[in-house]
Design a binder for this molecule. Structure first.
Ligand SMILES: [Zn+2]
Length: 525
């Protein structure tokens, strides 16, 4: 990289190409330095920010700091927001369980059942009938609802999804589907079918996990999803309770099938059993925010390039601060420094053709809330948003990566999904400038860690916006108080941040938006 100037001049004369043009992005990429990144991260991941937990003072301090940086850099604030922060509502809910009776049996909260926090919408429900609906799945390869009428009734379903000969059945590919771990998807389907409540059985439970029982009853911070109204209360009960509803022999027949992960759609059970649930909920509204600023484009200013990272982290437990230097202080400060580089370019007459939006979101650690809110309430049209380049953890080395050069790699995720333009662009940019080892390990569709679904780019992807997620791997300080600034490899972080900047530059300045020619996988919709 250091020799690039001479090389470019030499190539200019040799090839006749106008290489002076290609010098420019590299020149601005090099304004992103390890010193600059370190200076920023020392503030963002300081004790002062208290671990930046969503909905707390620490998060608000971090937002104010990022806002001050955006202002200083000279980013514009979106007009519709009247400032740099997009506020979104959260609720601090406290659940006070009162009463649950199924048939003749009165159940005890925390011992016999719990409610899934946030799933409940009404303070009471009563139904006269319970219908068994297997795993509660309806998909093209497998249907638990065939011929079953659940209208006005309670649906009894199991967690998980069926397998045949060790292969998952629903996806049609043998791989897991999102049904297996999405109880909210199952609850939404039950509601769509007219059910008024879900009894969910986790076949692995001998007793209700104490921690889960405690947390469900304490005060929980909840995010009002746009589709919450499409859900019903999820009452989690123990497998051992089934015998009360259907008798010993039917219950053990079903439990055996579930244990074998067998399909359950051939089993029917429909009984006139009265269910009555009553609880109270105390709800207090709080706010969190995403922080956005932009640099207006020139001839393509109505198209947008997004650079995102999450600035929230896990906060503090007692006096112990979770600093989140890598997660995702590293991405947050990279976004700030990339903004600085783009602003400098613009000031010197090299502004981007498309508008570049810098967005740091909160709520990520709670469940990608900030980016979900943004993607449901976009400030700039999503169909004109050509890409989201999301940076979540780029400051560390993966100790489990036993091959290649550990000081010169980045995990690249999502690059071959949604747009066939994206992978060639990232590779060409890397070949021309960065020379990092681009590692696609976590991009594999059957990645057991499901990394693709685990950061904010996912909320852009689910709306059809092409994304790349840049990541460094899981290390021993991940989600520990020991994720601190002194453990960051700033040299490597600088290389990665420059690489992301250069991809953004290319996408912001090319003639066309990225084409969207690869369909969304079914389970992302
Ligand atoms: Zn995290």
């Amino acid at each position: 990289m250091k020799k690039y100037f001479l090389t470019a001049i030499a190539l200019f004369f040799l090839s006749g190409f106008v290489f002076s043009q290609t010098d420019i992005p590299s020149q601005y990429a090099e304004t992103i330095t390890q010193q600059g990144l370190k200076k920023q991260l020392t503030i963002v991941a300081s004790a002062e920010m208290e671990g930046r937990e969503t909905g707390t003072e620490g998060q608000r301090k971090a937002a104010a700091y990022i806002e001050s940086q955006f202002k200083e850099i000279g980013l514009q604030a979106p007009e519709s927001l009247k400032g740099y922060q997009q506020y979104y509502p959260l609720f601090k809910d406290t659940l006070i369980p009162k009463f649950l009776k199924i048939g003749k049996v009165k159940l005890k909260y925390g011992e016999d059942y719990i409610l899934q926090p946030g799933s409940e919408t009404n303070n009471k429900l009563s139904a006269k009938e319970i219908v068994f609906a297997g795993y509660g799945i309806e998909d093209k390869n497998y249907n638990d609802y065939d011929g079953k009428n659940v209208k006005g009734k309670i649906v009894l379903i199991f967690a998980g999804e069926p397998q045949v000969n060790g292969k998952y059945l629903v996806s049609g590919t043998g791989k897991r589907s999102s049904w297996g771990f999405s109880t909210t998807r199952k609850a939404a389907l039950a509601k769509e079918k007219g059910a008024i409540g879900v009894l969910l059985v986790n076949p692995m439970w001998d007793s209700i996990p104490t921690k889960l029982a405690e947390s469900s009853r304490s005060t929980n911070l909840l995010f009002p999803h746009l589709n919450d109204k499409e859900r019903v209360a999820i009452i989690m009960i123990l497998p051992s309770f089934l015998k009360n509803m259907m008798g010993e022999s039917d219950a053990s027949k079903i439990l055996e099938a579930v244990k074998a992960k067998a399909p359950l759609n051939t089993i029917s059970f429909d009984k006139k059993t009265k269910t009555k649930l009553v609880f109270k909920k105390i709800s207090v509204k709080v706010e969190a925010s995403n922080v956005l600023g932009y640099i207006e484009g020139t001839d393509k200013k109505d198209e947008y390039v997004f650079l995102t990272a999450h600035y929230d982290h896990l906060g503090k437990k007692g006096n112990v601060i979770y600093y989140g230097a890598d997660d995702d202080g590293s991405g947050t400060v990279s976004v700030i420094e990339m903004a600085k580089a783009f602003a400098k370019a613009k000031a010197e007459g090299h502004g981007p053709r498309r508008t570049v939006v810098f967005m740091t979101v909160s709520g990520e650690e709670k469940g990608l809330w900030g980016s979900e809110y943004y993607s449901d309430h976009p400030v700039f049209p999503l169909d004109k948003t050509t890409v989201d380049l999301n940076t979540d953890m780029i400051g560390r080395i993966d100790p489990n990566r036993k091959y290649g050069d550990s000081t010169n790699y980045v995990y690249v995720i999502g690059n071959d999904k949604l747009s066939s333009d994206l992978d060639p662009i990232s590779k060409a940019t890397n070949n021309a400038y960065s020379h990092l080892e681009l590692d696609y390990k976590y991009n594999a569709p059957d990645d057991p860690e499901r990394i693709y679904y685990r950061s904010d780019h996912y909320n852009f992807a689910r709306k059809g916006v092409p994304v790349i997620f840049f990541f460094d791997g899981i290390h021993k300080d991940y989600h520990k108080p020991s994720d601190t600034v002194d453990k960051i490899n700033f040299d490597l972080m600088e290389k990665r941040a420059r690489f992301i900047f250069l991809i953004a530059w290319e996408i912001a300045n090319r003639n066309d938006m990225l084409k969207r020619d690869i369909p969304l996988p079914d389970d992302v919709k």
